[in-house]
Ligand binder design. Structure first.
Ligand code: NDP
Length: 284
């Protein structure tokens, strides 16, 4: 019987990347499904991205995740983009389809699945998002494409906030509005879903919370955080005190990883294994 000693390769390119736990989660999933895949966590400097993407082709890797600072710069090395990635203008994952590199953004889709798993749909809802960076953009566009009625963007930097609002208005059927974040934010009336898509609260900044008047959070709201380390953020604790339905950032992380797993392998992802692995990594 002939043996195959060659594993299929996927991985992540980024910098900083040493503390990114995605590889542990994906490798656990490959093992659970008996797949001979390896996930390489690779430090790639900004100026080395072209060489690294040539490496994806040269090594016939099945695909790659992109993280800081490569999510936008990688576009020029790709052959095709998904609709959402094209609108968002950034990708977090690439599939190598027989030598053609196809880019997708699964951050926002992973977020929507984490809401769905909690029985929450964005259809017809008003979604208010703190932040206008990469995560906010992916979530805002996917919520709008999934039928949210209105997306409110609350951001310090006006240009970034207004750019995202314009993008949502021009490229999706949803209405969008920019609110400057120059003083304590009072949650916009009519908000059904409030999302922290900033890095406030991310380890080691765990004692910080977004500048929000938490008494304007109501028990009818769903409140979600993209920060997953530590997942029990002060933002969510404040919202829970007001009776809101809170959803932490682990679900988004697991579900974007599960989508990536399936896009690379063609196999349904073992989401439970991935969740348990991540929780173990975070000591939960
Ligand atoms: P970016 O750097 O692209 O954007 C950061 C955003 O946060 C900007 O809008 C910035 O505002 C805002 N911000 C930062 N600090 C403050 C502050 N002190 N006050 C007000 N606003 C602030 O980062 P990303 O969008 O890539 O990442 C954001 C977070 O999302 C990170 O914590 C990351 O870990 C998390 N994330 C989680 C994922 C998951 O799967 N759970 C997936 C991807 C990201 P301004 O424009 O004014 O500078």
């Amino acid at each position: 019987m002939s043996k195959n000693y060659r594993a299929e390769l996927v991985g992540a390119f980024g910098n900083p990347i040493d503390e990114n736990p995605t590889g542990v989660m994906e490798e656990a999933a490959f093992a659970a499904k008996g797949l001979n895949f390896r996930y390489l966590t690779v430090k790639v400097e900004k100026e080395d991205l072209e060489a690294a993407m040539n490496g994806v082709k040269a090594f016939q890797m099945k695909g790659i995740n992109l993280t800081i600072p490569h999510k936008v710069n990688v576009l020029k090395y790709l052959d095709e983009l998904s609709e959402a990635a094209d609108i968002i203008g950034a990708v977090n994952m690439v599939v190598n389809k027989d030598g053609k590199l196809w880019g997708e953004n699964t951050d926002g889709k992973g977020f929507l699945i984490s809401l769905k798993n909690e029985g929450v749909s964005v259809e017809g809802k008003q979604v208010s998002i703190l932040g206008a960076g990469g995560a906010a953009k992916a979530i805002g566009v996917e919520c709008a494409l999934a039928g949210a009625k209105k997306v409110v963007i609350v951001n310090r930097n006006q240009e970034r906030g207004e750019d995202l609002v314009r993008l949502i208005k021009e490229k999706t059927p949803a209405f969008a509005e920019y609110i400057p974040w120059d003083s304590t934010y009072k949650v916009t009336p009519g908000t059904d879903i409030l999302i922290n898509a900033t890095c406030i609260g991310l380890y080691p900044d765990v004692n910080s919370k977004p500048d929000v008047d938490y008494d304007t959070v109501t028990a009818q709201m769903v409140v979600s955080d993209v920060v997953f380390n530590d997942p029990n953020t002060l933002f969510l604790q404040e919202a829970a005190k007001r009776g809101a339905h809170t959803i932490n950032g682990l679900g988004m992380l697991v579900n974007q990883g599960a989508l990536n797993f399936t896009l690379w392998t063609g196999v349904e992802a073992p989401v439970d294994v991935m969740t348990e692995t991540l929780k173990r990594e975070f000591g939960l």
